[in-house]
Design a protein around this ligand. Structure first.
Ligand code: NDP
Ligand code: 8X3
Length: 247
């Protein structure tokens, strides 16, 4: 299979690239940091093609897809993984610019890549699209305001994609992890490496390997099986009680 992964320069994306390559597949690893993509290619060899792609820039996405050599053009699996949370401030004081970046990346970027890759999958009547959502798309918590909303968008877009794709050979899944360590997610969100490390203190979070194994399982199920939505949490994570502010 040929697997295109957005945001393969770190975290889940890089680990999913490793998983698919180790299992004998070819990976188009995309992202903005081409130095990190080059490191991944050096590690994994010729089964990886690195392509610069900024999902917030439609021209960058189109140029990346147009640049694919002929033998890399038939994408079997698209993993829309590129995404980020920025900040934990409450809505009333959050940065509007950070909100816009999350919407541009997690929502607009994801739908643009999907829209540009989908027609070729439909021509071949096969393909799997795995969108990386989040438990934050299902459960509210303070400071998740727009991040959680973007992941709720991912969940509903995936279901609506499924509705449109019924009867074709193309599948779509929302893969929604909870707390996961070993990625740059909290470093990016908090812009403070010490604070990012504290997020995982005293926990056994999900690992990038857990997510890569799940994505691989979804992509290699028999063609008649579609996982619509899968939510995974570490065993140590639960659901907060509904918050009540008492006088
Ligand atoms: P990382 O920060 O390690 O990885 C994020 C990836 O997204 C990077 O490779 C980054 O690449 C890429 N990315 C960000 N912005 C853009 C952009 N504009 N264009 C292209 N690529 C971009 O975090 P994770 O691996 O943890 O996150 C991966 C996905 O998983 C995200 O969608 C995140 O929301 C989701 N998630 C994470 C959880 C966690 O707890 N870690 C839990 C649930 C969901 P580059 O900077 O090189 O462009
Ligand atoms: C990342 C999981 O709980 O930090 O999507 O929002 S959480």
């Amino acid at each position: 299979m040929i697997v295109l992964i957005t945001g393969a320069s770190s975290g889940f994306g890089a680990e999913m690239a490793r998983k698919f390559v180790q299992q004998g597949h070819k990976v188009i690893a995309t992202g903005r940091r081409t130095d990190k993509l080059a490191d991944l290619a050096a590690e994994l060899g010729t089964a990886v093609l690195t392509v610069a792609m900024d999902v917030t820039d439609k021209n960058s996405i189109a140029a990346a897809l147009a640049s694919l050599p002929k033998e890399w053009q038939e994408i079997d699996v698209l993993i829309n993984n590129a995404g980020l949370a920025l900040g934990v401030a409450p809505a009333q004081s959050a940065s509007l610019e950070q909100w816009e970046t999350m919407i541009e990346t997690n929502c607009k970027g994801l739908v643009t890549v999907t829209r540009l890759v989908l027609p070729d999958m439909l021509k071949r009547n096969r393909g799997t699209i795995i969108n990386i959502g989040s438990s934050a798309g299902a459960y509210a918590y303070p400071g998740a305001n727009v991040y959680g909303a973007t992941k709720a968008f991912v969940a509903q877009f995936t279901l609506n994609l499924r509705a449109d794709l019924v009867g074709t050979g193309v599948r779509a899944t929302n893969l929604a992890p909870g707390l996961a360590g070993g990625t740059e997610f909290s470093n990016v969100r908090l812009s403070d490496d010490a604070a990012a490390a504290k997020v995982y203190e005293g926990t056994v979070p999900l690992s990038p390997g857990d997510i890569a194994d799940t994505a691989y399982w979804i992509a290699t199920l028999p063609p008649h099986v579609n996982i619509n939505h899968i939510e995974i949490m570490p065993t140590c994570q639960g659901f907060g009680p509904l918050f009540i502010k008492r006088n």
